[in-house]
Design a protein. Structure first.
Length: 450
């Protein structure tokens, strides 16, 4: 008999029973998300896309973890490497996993150029282990190692980060998940993902974030990766999925997921009682918090998951340009090209052309919108990735783009053109075509001539 605790709180159309979860898991092999810990794990390990899980060893009855705070070079996406700070060569730091009731010992070595500490965000522990420099402990000076030890009295999605010059250190990427699994779980989760949200100010052509910036950020990341560098979430149809979100940036991030409805089930204070679960398709994550949401992956396809703040799903955009929507720049462009070789007018008809253009960029700079899908440019960047849900999976490698069943995609029925259209390259006006396409000189998308 299925108990109430073993059933999903969902609509009748979205119900998947406990036995069917077991059947799904019996047919799918779980991937490792990083170095495997020694001993047994009485839980399904989380997956940190583009990240790793911190290994541990046993010392008697104590789980021992080792963290090194240090400068880290992190590739945000192909073509952009950033000078971050992090832990164990990772930014964000490796995910720590343990079980409610575990006694943990964490060695922290400082290889930064300044002092640091580690605060165990949301964890109930003795005051002297809280990790606030100058308040509960001395600062950990460069070259020093400190040890923290406490018993985990709760479970949930928690974090670790500095409480020493945190303005600089967190803005440079020092943060990580601390996942505490319940000792006696009341439901099975088939896929469990961790995504850290962050925003950065990195001038085009540079490689080091500016921690002094308070509002005008230009790079937005999932686990310190920006689209198209973000890993997809590979899911089998019918699996129950939990996605854990964490945010230590300056802004809230409303994370929207396509194709499914979910329940918000947890915060950094722990699980939300089932009677208070909140249905949503967008989960807002304020600064300094975590949020968990769960859903059953019922609908196969390539479903985006992204921040719904307009500028947070793009890369390296300046925000101090004039508004040129609706402005005819054709005469200005011809004049400017006589003085500035390669001048390109932009913005009169929107910014979608940025997704297909190939104009030169400063070194170590991502295009504002990028990525190619099966139907053309995706015109996205930043906090964006794709949940790839498939009926048949034998593993968790990227299955490629979804093959839509016949008759299930939107299709063109009319061009809406009253007369033949002529297309030109905005950068090379001598390139003229009677069909849409790309400029053979620069690769930019041809635009209709007005």
């Amino acid at each position: 008999m299925i108990t109430r605790r073993q059933a999903l709180l969902s609509t009748a159309a979205a119900m998947v029973t406990w036995p069917s979860w077991k059947k799904v898991m019996a047919a799918v092999t779980r991937p490792a998300s990083g170095p495997a810990p020694t001993g047994t794990t009485p839980y399904i390990p989380v997956v940190t896309p583009n990240g790793v899980t911190l290994p541990w060893e046993m010392d008697g009855d104590v789980k021992v973890f080792r963290l090194t705070a240090e400068p880290v070079k992190r590739e945000f996406a192909p073509g952009m490497v950033v000078n971050c700070w992090g832990y164990n060569g990772q930014c964000p730091g490796p995910t720590i996993e343990a079980v409610e009731g575990d006694r943990v010992r964490l060695f922290v070595t400082n290889k930064l150029p300044e002092a640091t500490t580690v605060h165990w965000h949301g964890i109930l522990l003795p005051n002297g282990m809280d990790g606030v420099g100058g308040v509960t402990q001395p600062h950990i000076e460069p070259g020093e190692t400190y040890v923290y030890e406490f018993t985990l009295k709760q479970h949930g999605t928690l974090m670790y980060h500095p409480h020493s010059d945190e303005m600089t250190q967190m803005a440079m990427g020092m943060q990580g998940f601390f996942i505490v699994h319940p000792k006696n779980p009341d439901r099975r989760i088939d896929q469990d993902f961790c995504i850290f949200l962050q925003e950065w100010s990195i001038e085009p052509g540079s490689a080091t974030p500016n921690p002094m910036v308070m509002t005008d950020f230009n790079i937005f990341t999932f686990n310190s990766r920006a689209w198209p560098g973000t890993a997809p979430l590979i899911i089998r149809t019918g699996q129950r999925v939990r996605i854990r979100l964490a945010n230590l940036s300056m802004d809230s991030h409303p994370i929207h997921f396509h194709g499914h409805h979910a329940w918000q089930t947890g915060t950094d204070a722990g699980p939300i009682p089932q009677s208070a679960w909140w249905p949503a398709t967008t989960i807002n994550v304020p600064p300094g918090t975590t949020r968990d949401f769960e859903f059953v992956a019922e609908h196969p396809g390539d479903w985006p998951i992204h921040c719904h703040k307009n500028h947070h799903a793009m890369n390296a955009m300046g925000h101090d340009f004039p508004n040129l929507i609706g402005v005819d720049q054709s005469g200005v462009a011809d004049t400017m090209r006589r003085h500035v070789e390669g001048y390109m007018p932009m913005g009169s008809d929107g910014m979608g052309e940025m997704g297909s253009m190939h104009m030169p960029l400063p070194p170590n700079t991502l295009p504002m919108m990028t990525g190619e899908g099966p139907f053309g440019p995706i015109n996205m960047g930043g906090m964006f990735t794709i949940m790839k849900i498939r009926d048949q999976l034998t593993g968790y490698d990227d299955p490629g783009w979804y093959k839509h069943p016949e008759g299930t995609t939107a299709r063109r029925i009319s061009t809406g053109a009253a007369a033949p259209m002529v297309y030109i390259c905005p950068m090379h006006p001598q390139v003229v075509s009677d069909k849409p396409g790309k400029c053979p000189i620069c690769g930019m998308k041809l635009a209709p001539r007005k």
